[in-house]
Ligand binder design. Structure first.
Ligand code: SF4
Ligand code: SF4
Length: 444
């Protein structure tokens, strides 16, 4: 607990607020969705941001940022349900309140099922970056992503993806990793890479508390959630496929973030930053909450109709929320060799006790340890490439040459000699076994 209120800045110079123009309202009913239950927080069920509130927010948000780039993030529910005119007004207000030298960007997360030519023309014209939710090939996607009549949504989402491509809209894919798709990393990744042609992919683990409130309380998780180790194995499966051919061609958020951390820089993703608190959420009625995952009464900061946004973001409550991410880390994390990348992960997932009984260990810890350990050497090779002024994709050639050399050594090895892969086992019990030869290589 090294920090005191005196060291608290008035407000961070830059922060992100995701805006929910229709609150938690959505046209779908994905089984793991944590938004739908938030409807219970509001007695007034007219989930629609007014034009006047949009103007108040736009003005306050731009004024509060002390950086040359301001990103408006639009989130749901399904934000397109509010209609195109709302976003036409949003862009107009951004132009009205924008300052010279400040670049304004828009990013919108959608389930893709409402998109048409008019939406895509608009996105293209105004340079919106679209995040499309897609959980993999048909059967894996449809396992949980269904509409209110429990009908599959895959075909409708793929139609949305085709429209985005046809209209040359910038898009990335957000794939949640859960009990249904987690054992199929390569299938999911190849589908996104080859069929969807996604240039940028985010994998988000589903860790869903099993309770009636929909809040972050209780330590049980639902059967839909991904397993801790299972998540690590999923990332390892994707990483090994990506590493051999796609570095520099396909961007996977968690790999980028790990490379940044390996270079000694801040990852820039709240989940893996040492502290958080600069990624807030604005509800349709002006309520501001500490984080998208903590839309619950104890983390309500206030309403921008009553208090300036900058005061809410710079409040003691919000500052403490962000500092607690570091200050409540259990000892096992503080002494962990991969802490420099992991930082204990997102507090919303810290439901386990460490082996010594201390609370606050991340549900995904076993997977994080496995994954971040697995990628240590290739990340080191990529950082060496970068430091030598070369693109990290050079790692593909380096590993291919290593593989070829290893195959030559396998071909020369005798049954009772140590295996050339350095496993410490005899060749006959390792890569000398008939089933293990083709395509095997030293662990990346
Ligand atoms: S609680 Fe988790 S998702 Fe929210 S800001 Fe912190 S790290 Fe990010
Ligand atoms: S890998 Fe586990 S022990 Fe290490 S920092 Fe992450 S959550 Fe903590």
């Amino acid at each position: 607990m090294s920090n005191s209120a005196e060291s608290r800045p008035a407000a961070p110079p830059a922060f992100n607020i995701m805006v929910k123009p229709v609150g938690p309202t959505c046209n779908l009913a994905c089984a793991y969705c944590y938004y739908l239950s938030k409807q219970q927080l509001y007695e007034d069920r007219r989930f629609r941001m007014s034009d006047e509130l949009l103007e108040t927010f736009t003005r306050q948000y731009i004024e509060a940022q002390k950086v040359p780039e301001v990103v408006f993030g639009w989130q749901g529910g399904e934000p397109t349900l509010i209609g195109l005119d709302f976003f036409r007004l949003a862009v107009k207000l951004q132009q009205r309140y924008g300052r010279p030298g400040v670049r304004i960007l828009n990013a919108l997360q959608t389930n893709g099922t409402t998109l048409d030519d008019a939406w895509c023309d608009f996105f293209r014209e105004h340079g919106f970056l679209i995040g499309l939710s897609l959980d993999g090939p048909e059967e894996l996607h449809n396992a949980f992503r269904v509409d209110k009549s429990h009908r599959a949504t895959f075909d409708r989402v793929m139609k949305g993806a085709a429209l985005l491509k046809e209209h040359d809209v910038d898009f990335n894919i957000l794939t949640t990793v859960h009990a249904a798709n987690a054992d199929h990393p390569v299938e999911v990744y190849r589908f996104l890479r080859d069929e969807v042609e996604a240039p940028f992919i985010q994998f988000i683990p589903i860790v869903e508390r099993d309770n009636q409130t929909g809040f972050q309380e209780g330590s049980k998780v639902t059967a839909r959630s991904v397993g801790g180790r299972q998540y690590g194995d999923f990332l390892i499966g994707v990483f090994d496929e990506w590493l051999r051919r796609d570095v520099g061609r396909v961007f996977v958020q968690v790999f980028d973030m790990a490379l940044t951390a390996s270079l000694g820089e801040r990852p820039g993703l709240c989940v893996f930053d040492e502290t958080c608190g600069a990624a807030l959420i604005l509800e349709h009625n002006g309520d501001v909450y500490a984080c998208d995952h903590f839309v619950e009464p104890r983390w309500l900061l206030g309403n921008i109709r009553d208090a300036p946004l900058v005061d809410l973001v710079g409040s003691e409550k919000q500052w403490r929320f962000g500092q607690d991410k570091r200050d409540t880390l259990p000892r096992i994390c503080r002494e962990c060799p991969v802490r420099f990348i992991c930082n204990g992960g997102c507090p919303k997932n810290r439901v386990l006790r460490a082996p010594d009984g201390e609370p606050g260990l991340n549900y995904l810890c076993e997977g994080y340890q496995a994954f971040f350990t697995h990628i240590t050497r290739p990340m080191r090779l990529m950082t060496e490439e970068l430091r030598a002024g070369r693109p990290p994709a050079g790692v593909i050639g380096l590993l291919a040459a290593e593989d070829a050399e290893l195959q030559r050594r396998f071909a020369r090895a005798r049954r009772n000699q140590p295996c050339p892969c350095d496993s410490g086992r005899k060749f006959k019990n390792c890569h000398g076994r008939p089933s293990s030869r083709p395509g095997t290589h030293r662990q990346a």
